[in-house]
Design a protein around this ligand. Structure first.
Ligand code: SAJ
Length: 422
């Protein structure tokens, strides 16, 4: 049955979710306080970069199935909360947007409606933050107002595909809520839908991202140990991963984005037992400084030197610079008196001093590969480095080919590669 659905928050998660529901014939309203995002939506345009999203939004807006508004709509069948859950300076969760969204629903919701939290949240958010607010409706929760947490798990860059094909977790406040919310997602999800409690669903989502963060922290620790002990960490990872039960992830300049770099803190805040998780966060957060210290030692000081950063987004082939470790590296370099030039074809309007591949290194003392965008595949290193002061490339991702770089007469330094002294 086609429903009226209000998606609260039309950002990286809410907009694709709204568009997917609209593409299945539901009447969807995207509610957001950001006038710019709402105006763009109503013109059928998007203000973020995500493959396939632009076309989908254009289509569903033209069909009249998706509209944007800055006022919370009344009487919808379903309200989906997809607002940001950032962290405060002290690493505690900032739940103001979830709270405000829940409060906005209260005067507008009708008896029998469904409220779903999609935003990644600390354990017990539905129980301790949302339910007391939703009680103010006067409806019997779980009977006259159904409530669940169904965490989004889509990978930026593959959002449309993953929304459809990923399995989904639905954690209702009771079985009736779970079953009704499952029916809602069945119209867009081809993967399996698992039913559980709201707090278990919150914990699942957090542990998925924490699993990845801890594994990356292990890889980053390996990179540091390798430099210390004269080992190439990339050889270690390649060979160790031949073991059928081992899968070490990739080291790099740190962990960015608005998910993996933040979510583990929600567990640290809530549980004294989250010690390994806490240490993993600290390990990953130490990587930008590790990279800057290495640039410093390669150049024999940073003051007055020029560094070119290839890729500043938080991961390849997207335009998102939120929590990007390479942005932190840029700030630290500037604070140390270095000049920074950038080459990032995705972060166009988001950074200053952004040049194309073949002029970015002009007058530069070092080129640092921070993010492996596809545009950096097959570059002509001779052309790229022709006007460099000092021909050296520091690759933090094991992305560029050493032989190709050296053939162009350029020194190649790799993160996590210690030199063995026999
Ligand atoms: N990274 C490494 N080494 C690796 C893998 C990643 O350093 O081996 C870094 C990346 O460079 C990036 C960061 O980790 O800076 C995170 O990137 P990512 O691609 O691992 O993940 P996100 O943050 O874009 O998306 C994650 C996904 N979660 C998992 O894969 C468990 C996605 O499914 C979630 O929906 C999303 O978080 C979210 O919204 O929570």
């Amino acid at each position: 049955m086609k429903k009226s659905i209000c998606v609260i928050g039309i950002g990286y998660v809410g907009l694709p979710t709204a568009a997917m529901f609209a593409s299945k014939g539901h009447k969807v309203i995207g509610y957001d306080l950001n006038q710019k995002a709402v105006d763009a939506l109503n013109k059928g345009e998007i203000i973020i970069e995500e493959p396939g999203l632009g076309e989908l939004v254009k289509q569903v807006v033209a069909d009249g199935n998706l509209v944007g508004t800055t006022e919370c709509p009344e009487g919808c069948d379903v309200y989906i909360i997809a607002v940001p859950t950032p962290i405060n300076e002290d690493k505690s969760a900032d739940m103001r947007f979830v709270e405000a969204a829940t409060r906005a629903i209260v005067p507008n919701v009708r008896k029998g409606a469904i409220v779903i939290l999609e935003s990644t949240s600390p354990p017990r958010t539905v129980q301790d933050l949302m339910l007391p607010i939703l009680k103010e409706t006067g409806f019997v929760l779980g009977e006259e107002l159904l409530v669940a947490h169904s965490p989004e798990r889509i990978l930026p860059g593959k959002v449309i595909e993953e929304l459809r094909t990923n399995s989904r977790i639905v954690g209702g406040i009771n079985e009736k809520s779970s079953l009704e919310v499952k029916k809602v997602y069945e119209s867009i999800v081809e993967g399996e839908i698992f039913i559980t409690t709201s707090t278990t669903a919150e914990m699942c989502k957090l542990m998925e991202n924490t699993f990845r963060d801890v594994n990356i922290a292990l890889a980053n620790e390996l990179a540091k140990m390798s430099e210390e002990l004269g080992v190439n960490c990339w050889d270690v990872i390649r060979m160790a991963n031949q073991h059928p039960r081992v899968n070490i992830l990739q080291p790099g300049p740190g962990v960015g984005g608005h998910c993996i770099a933040l979510d583990p803190w929600f567990l640290v805040e809530k549980s004294q037992n989250a010690k390994l998780i806490h240490q993993a966060r600290l390990n990953n957060d130490s990587m930008p400084k590790f990279v800057v210290d290495k640039i410093d030692s390669i150049l024999g000081g940073l003051k007055g030197k020029t560094v070119t950063l290839f890729g500043v987004t938080y991961k390849p082939n997207i335009d998102d610079v939120r929590e990007s470790p390479v942005m932190h590296i840029m700030d630290m370099l500037k604070e140390s008196g270095a000049n920074v030039r950038v080459c990032d074809p995705h972060a166009n309007e988001k950074v200053e001093n952004n040049f194309d591949i073949y002029s970015a290194c002009d007058g530069s003392d070092i080129a640092v590969l921070g993010v492996n965008h596809d545009q950096f595949i097959g570059v002509d290193f001779e052309k790229m480095t022709k006007n460099m002061n000092n021909k050296v490339i520091f690759d933090t991702r094991n992305f560029w080919n050493r032989e190709d770089v050296e053939k162009a007469g350029v020194e190649y330094i790799l993160l996590g590669e210690g030199k063995e002294e026999n």
